[in-house]
Design a protein around this ligand. Structure first.
Ligand code: FES
Length: 239
């Protein structure tokens, strides 16, 4: 294909089609670049920076940076791993993440990313913020203590459910997810089956009354590290 783009990730040649981001091209080639706010079915947000790679020596977010001919991308290096470890570390301490009590344990992308990066205990001090819950909805609840501000719920509601349910409000340390209703989630048109609920990578938005239907120990990331699905694509294709 004449307009095919070729570039490299960690010395491996990657092919991309025009318009693809580095992350999309890497996924298609079976090369895993860690990410949290990115989701295959949603527009890129570029907020968590877990996907940080070096492009021609400069840090860039792989989920928003377009693939370009001849660029040299560094992904699976000690330096990038240290950057990602620090970011994930900070996500843990700025919220209240008690994995052992969380229904999402084993299916949580933040927890799985920490395991993949080898984080045993955060290096920063816990902030223990006080954040409100919203259990007003009959099918869904929000626990903002576990929110990592990835914005997947905001985008999934708009882009996949065609609803305007969530939005960010506040700035800096006060930034949080709000709902588009005066008295809480029950006044929105969110449904338990909406993609905005399942798009949450952590236990911040959960469906009620289905907890522990799959026992801890038998969940997705109990069985395989996060990113294994993409890396399996590569080995099954013999790349
Ligand atoms: Fe790229 Fe979050 S995955 S910034």
């Amino acid at each position: 294909m004449s307009d095919e783009i070729k570039f490299s990730i960690d010395g491996v040649e990657i092919k991309a089609i025009p318009g693809q981001t580095i992350l999309q091209a890497a996924d298609a080639a079976g090369v895993y670049i860690p990410r949290l706010c990115a989701h295959r079915q949603l527009s890129p947000h570029g907020s968590c920076r877990v996907c940080t790679v070096k492009v021609n020596g400069r840090p860039q977010a792989a989920c928003t940076q377009p693939a370009a001919p001849g660029i040299i991308v560094e992904n699976n290096t000690d330096e990038m791993k240290a950057v990602r470890t620090s970011i994930v570390d900070m996500l843990f301490v700025e919220g209240n993440h008690f994995c052992m009590f969380c229904e999402k344990s084993g299916n949580c992308e933040l927890q799985a990313m920490a395991y993949r990066l080898g984080i045993a205990a955060p290096q920063h001090e816990y902030l223990f913020p006080s954040r409100p819950l919203d259990a007003s909805h009959p099918e869904v609840f929000i626990d903002r203590n576990r929110c990592i501000l990835c914005g997947r719920c905001v985008r999934a509601a708009k882009e996949l459910d065609n609803k305007n349910v969530f939005q960010f409000v506040g700035r800096g340390i006060h930034k949080h997810i709000a709902v588009n209703a005066e008295h809480g989630l029950s006044e929105t048109d969110l449904a338990g089956v909406d993609r905005a609920v399942s798009a949450c990578p952590v236990g911040a938005i959960l469906r009620k009354r289905v907890g522990y239907s799959i026992p801890v120990g038998e969940r997705l990331y109990d069985k395989q590290p996060i990113g294994s699905d993409i890396e399996a694509d590569r080995s099954s294709a013999g790349k």
